[in-house]
Design a protein around this ligand. Sequence first.
Ligand SMILES: Nc1ncnc2c1ncn2[C@@H]1O[C@H](COP(=O)(O)OP(=O)(O)OP(=O)(O)O)[C@@H](O)[C@H]1O
Length: 320
Amino acid sequence: MIELEGLTKRYGEKLAVDHLTFTVRPGVVTGFLGPNGAGKSTTMRMMLGLDRPTEGHVRIDGQRYEDLTDPLKYIGALLDAKAMHGGRSAHNHLLCLAQSNGIPASRVREVLDTVGLTSVARKKAKGFSLGMGQRLGIAGALLGDPRILMFDEPVNGLDPEGIHWIRTLMKSLASQGRTVFVSSHLMSEMALTADHLVVIGQGRLLADTTMADFIARNSRSFVRVRSPQYEQLRDALHQAGITVVEAGGGALEVDGDMAEPIGELAARHHLVLHELSPRQASLEEAFMRLTAESVEYHAHSGPAPDREWRGDLEHGKKVG
Ligand SMILES: Nc1ncnc2c1ncn2[C@@H]1O[C@H](COP(=O)(O)OP(=O)(O)OP(=O)(O)O)[C@@H](O)[C@H]1O
């Protein structure tokens, strides 16, 4: 378990992390999300004792990081996959880590095997591809067989096979009862991996909840409906006082949990339906909606989404 209590980091005028209080629990994968510059890396560095908090504290299974004897046996982390001595072989890199942390050399072979690098163990790490480097970084995190694992952007630049491998690994580590804390900007991947989410913006806590609850609270649900009798259906819905949006491609959309009343209305009017599907917005939409006000660096190609942002309805035409 990782516990943060009022964790704060100030760099001069800049409040990078602003009184964060949350707990990362074992047995589930917890995703750590926030726009660029939100303070995720700073928070993770403070969790690992690499940065000193201005205020507040972190407890790793009840202890401060600096009080842990052999910290790699409590918490393993992948922060920057390139932070290694490139002139060493993968085997020697891990052996040095093991020796300085009281970990038996036999464990090096085990973790090389787990991450699939056994065949290149004697090759110099500087010749490794990005994916191999990530695997070596993860091998280092696993070396002490820790109960807590932390990964900062582990799938950055990986191919689909590498992404799938990391997702499966994280889920299996959590299912063994370990605490798994992972940051990523890839929302589609996070939606497949994490059970719980901690979201920050401009250093402050915005959400600490389950994936399902986060999406339900921060996105709209709607029903998509298609009929060969498009105009009659649209008019019948309109007459029934139901607000309809023409979504293009012959589809109509209605906000809310409306599949049943729409189906019944269509039956009463003897209208054929080709589609009647309840939809939920994606994690990406929910994330953008929640963090819209705390995004520091907007692209200049268009306005930032506002509180009234309506996902893929933005381009639809409202008729009801
Ligand atoms: N060593 C430092 N000195 C001064 N400011 C810093 C330092 N490290 C981080 N910051 C600032 O603190 C804020 C948080 O940065 P941090 O790297 O933690 O964010 P992040 O959420 O990890 O961002 P990203 O998603 O872009 O990696 C940013 O405004 C950053 O410029």
